[in-house]
Design a protein around this ligand. Structure first.
Ligand code: 5GP
Ligand code: MG
Length: 470
């Protein structure tokens, strides 16, 4: 089933994970780490393991559960492993782009979360060196540049130092050489990356929820512009360039799991505060609050606790739908939400319903949800959203294809309300969103709501639909 059937046409962030531990079954730990980062990408998954002498790799399309078997993991033997769950940001969902990026010269393997919107300098550099760039995406190009310097005799730290000016965009990288595990964050810190300590070694993970799964203890986040190298000598940090924290605000809104902490802030608590502030911002009278599972559940709970309106789990999600290659009928395609969610009529009938969702991107899901809840007998449906309208594409790792598809860029709130068929529509203001996250605004990238891009988005800037600030 093409992804567009079940999801808005948005590329997601990816999940990266790595383990260093000479006495540990690192590939198995990485497998369970990836399991906990599944929400960050479902297109493909891969693990690369170093035995100290050579790399072994296993990559495949689909969910972690489908990609690996006991037999695969047994073949991945060694004291260092890195893993990746991918949601295509560039290059589509092809096996050729499944990560970790690897070459059988066994010099470096790379797992990338983020996106380089501009790869011109990188391509020019590689071409000058006679390296073929055709058909490669941003992550492959980064791998090639690092490989070039490693071949020249640089250490991985030295290679990264040389390459840093060429890597223009968002990247949280987990890298591996034959005997080192390396974590890197871009100077803006757009995507998360945390360090954990495990008995006998260290762990790197996109999100802290996966540290807990493998029995690792959170130490700290990798700093923007920093590289962290784990080897037999222990852990070593180098601040490669001056960095400033600007984590993508959408990590708090939608991407991250609620049991993760981002920059020391609990995602769950931040989402609950978003819900509470939504109520404070606009006090609606209603009979019942219904979250759109799973990502809006914490915000709905916050709204319910603040308002005193009861929360009911009246939209039940089918947890097994994920990805299937069987095409739905045209009828199902038109209302794909039905494949995923089913309403409980007895809760909804004759009620004034507050439907809480985390974001409106294209408006298609919201429209179908409102229709579904109305068909289940709701008297009124008030759509309450725990973020402002998404008005700008995100080029740093989610890669919304086109601004023209973002309903918030092209319609006023009132027009959106009409389009989705809701009786009321409330968006959390940016000010309140930041207040809920409880971090200084400068520490967050708000590009998807404000269009304030921190890194050059290059040619992709051209031809963007001019948005009307209503
Ligand atoms: P819309 O109403 O815009 O069609 O869809 C909104 C829904 O998309 C929300 O329920 C939100 O949780 C979800 N969403 C937001 N961002 C992303 C994303 O990057 N990928 C996917 N698959 N869903 C997203
Ligand atoms: Mg959702």
């Amino acid at each position: 089933m093409p992804k567009s059937i079940l999801k808005p046409q948005l590329g997601e962030k990816c999940g990266v994970f790595g383990v260093f531990g000479p006495s540990l079954d690192t590939s198995r730990l990485t497998y369970f780490g990836l399991w906990s980062l599944q929400h960050r990408g479902q297109e493909s998954s891969g693990i690369c393991t170093s035995s100290g002498k050579f790399f072994s790799i296993h990559r495949g399309l689909g969910l972690v559960a489908n990609v690996y078997s006991e037999k695969n993991l047994k073949k991945l033997k060694g004291g260092i492993s890195i893993g990746h769950n991918r949601y295509a940001t560039s290059g589509g969902g092809k096996i050729k782009f499944a990560q970790p990026v690897y070459d059988d010269d066994n010099r470096v393997a790379l797992a990338h979360n983020g996106n380089l919107p501009v790869t011109k300098a990188l391509k020019v550099f590689l071409k000058e060196k006679g390296i073929n760039t055709f058909g490669h995406n941003d992550s492959n190009l980064m791998h090639k540049a690092l490989q070039y310097y490693l071949i020249k005799g640089h250490s991985i730290e030295g290679a990264l130092k040389e390459c840093f000016p060429l890597f223009t965009g968002a990247f949280s990288l987990v890298l591996m050489t034959k005997n080192k595990l390396v974590g890197v964050r871009d100077p803006m810190g757009i995507r998360p990356l945390s360090i954990g300590k495990i008995e006998g070694g260290y762990v790197l993970s996109s999100e802290t929820c996966a540290l807990h799964t493998v029995g690792a203890k959170f130490i700290r986040d990798v700093k923007p512009g920093e590289i962290v190298v784990v080897s037999k000598k222990g852990i070593k940090s180098t601040q490669l360039v001056k960095g400033e924290e600007h984590l993508d605000i959408f990590e708090f809104v939608y991407f991250a799991r609620p049991d993760s902490d981002l920059l020391g802030t609990s995602v769950y608590q931040a989402r609950k505060r978003m819900g509470a502030l939504l109520y404070k911002q606009h006090k609606i009278k209603a009979d019942v609050i219904i979250p759109v599972p799973d990502s809006a559940t914490s915000a709905a709970l916050g709204y319910s606790q603040e308002s005193g309106i009861p929360l009911e789990e009246a939209l039940i999600k089918n947890r097994y739908i994920h990805r299937t290659f069987i095409k739905p009928t045209q009828r199902l395609r038109e209302n794909s939400v039905k494949l995923k969610l089913n309403p409980i009529k007895s809760v909804i009938k004759n009620k004034r319903v507050i439907l809480v969702d985390d974001s409106i991107v294209r408006g298609t899901t919201s429209k179908n949800l409102v229709k579904m809840v109305k068909q289940a007998g709701a008297k009124e449906v008030y759509m309450v959203v725990s973020s402002p309208p998404v008005k700008f594409p995100d080029f740093y790792g989610i890669d919304t294809p086109d601004q023209s598809q973002l309903i918030g860029a092209n319609k006023s709130v009132e027009q959106i309300r009409k389009y989705i068929g809701a009786d009321k529509l409330i968006f959390l203001s940016l000010k309140n969103l930041i207040k809920a996250i409880d971090l200084p605004k400068v520490k967050l990238t708000t590009a998807c709501f404000t269009g304030e891009y921190l890194i050059d988005i290059g040619v992709r800037n051209r031809g963007r639909v001019k948005y009307v600030d209503l």
